[in-house]
Design a protein around this ligand. Structure first.
Ligand SMILES: Cc1cc2nc3c(=O)[nH]c(=O)nc-3n(C[C@H](O)[C@H](O)[C@H](O)COP(=O)(O)O)c2cc1C
Length: 325
């Protein structure tokens, strides 16, 4: 399949693995890229720019296909040294960066000068248009169903994608709720030129996370996620668990007076214990509604090949079959 996204990033299939905290390590990114998609290393999971440098080099030993790095600009207690992270990206010859969160404008000139293509993740049409106007090459349009931070507008992809198609000139991928060939073909029909998947890629053999995390996703249905931190306007879609029940209870008690410090124990610094140690109730962790469509733990290659083969069948047989001769 050839789209403006496959052309932009020099990849075989229009499938991107979104940056994921404590999941997007070299092993996963390399496996996705080696299978013909675009694998993305999560920049800030690496504690220092030097660690990111090593992680990119590790991925480079596993594949020579294009790999991306995610840079997330979220409200944080301490600002990471973004320019140094960018130096590590540039010096390793990375040509794709996924930005997310706050406006990345101040960092774009340096990235673009190095010939890097930028895909910015946006949860609204207005943010997508802003990304286009500041010079991003593509956007990842992240609908309300997505795992992680869906923003505050609550517009699902069935509406958001055609709205983005109506307004944008640059190419975009559908992000949030994407799991299989049906997702891909539907997203292409709505104007996207590829998909970005998060939760689906956690439940793969190569994702370097504890097996408990993968099993939790396979066991979950589409009813098993919840939104936390809404009163802080930092909404996150997470898998329901004991810690999330506790957060929701605190949020209800505090109402509009909620402070981040009230729930710090359940949300701050919990990823290593969840993802690495498999302590599933330790805190809140991002997970999409798409968990309801995930029933197995294939390799990245098996997953991507299955999506592309089934997409071919859906387009050529099912869809064409509906057309009157
Ligand atoms: C466990 C987890 C961690 C994530 N961490 C990040 C992150 O650090 N930065 C970011 O831009 N997006 C992050 N995301 C969002 C994904 O990149 C992607 O946009 C999202 O998962 C798409 O929705 P889906 O889960 O329905 O596929 C995370 C998602 C998950 C599930």
């Amino acid at each position: 399949m050839k789209t403006r996204i496959t052309e932009l990033f020099g990849i075989e299939h229009p499938i991107i693995q979104g940056g994921m905290h404590y999941v997007g390590f070299a092993e996963l990114a390399a496996a996705v890229s080696e299978a013909g998609g675009l694998g993305i290393i999560t920049g800030l999971t690496q504690k220092t720019p030097d660690d990111l440098d090593k992680e990119i080099k590790k991925a480079r030993e596993l594949t020579d296909k294009p790999i991306g790095v995610n840079l997330t600009f979220l409200p944080a207690f301490a600002t990471p040294p973004y320019p140094e992270y960018i130096d590590a990206i540039i010096s390793n010859g990375i040509k794709a960066v996924e930005t997310a969160g706050r406006n990345p404008a101040e960092h774009l000139p340096k990235l673009k000068e190095a010939g890097i293509k930028i895909i910015h993740k946006c949860t609204s049409v207005r943010h997508s248009l802003k990304a286009q106007s500041i010079g991003c090459d593509a956007v990842s349009v992240d609908g309300f169903e997505c795992g992680g931070h869906p923003g505050e507008d609550d517009i699902p992809n069935m509406i958001l994608l055609p709205r983005a198609a109506d307004e944008l000139d640059i190419p975009f991928v559908a992000s949030g709720g994407q799991a299989d060939a049906r997702s891909l073909v539907a997203s292409l029909a709505m104007g996207a030129e590829g998909v970005n998947m998060g939760t689906r890629f956690i439940a793969t053999k190569e994702a370097p996370v504890h097996d408990n995390v993968k099993q939790a996703i396979v066991a979950a249905s589409e009813l098993d996620t919840a939104l936390v931190m809404r009163p802080l306007r930092n909404t996150e879609r997470v898998l329901k668990n004991a810690a999330v029940d506790e957060i929701l209870k605190i949020e209800q008690e505090k109402g509009a007076d909620l402070q981040i410090t009230d729930i710090l124990d359940q949300v701050a610094g919990v990823y290593p214990q969840i993802m690495m140690e498999g302590e599933m109730d330790r805190g809140a962790w991002s997970c999409g509604m798409v968990a309801g469509l995930i029933h197995d733990i294939p390799t990245c290659k098996e997953l991507i090949d299955r999506i592309m083969n089934e997409a071919d069948a859906i387009i050529r047989q099912r869809l064409e079959g509906f057309l009157a001769a």
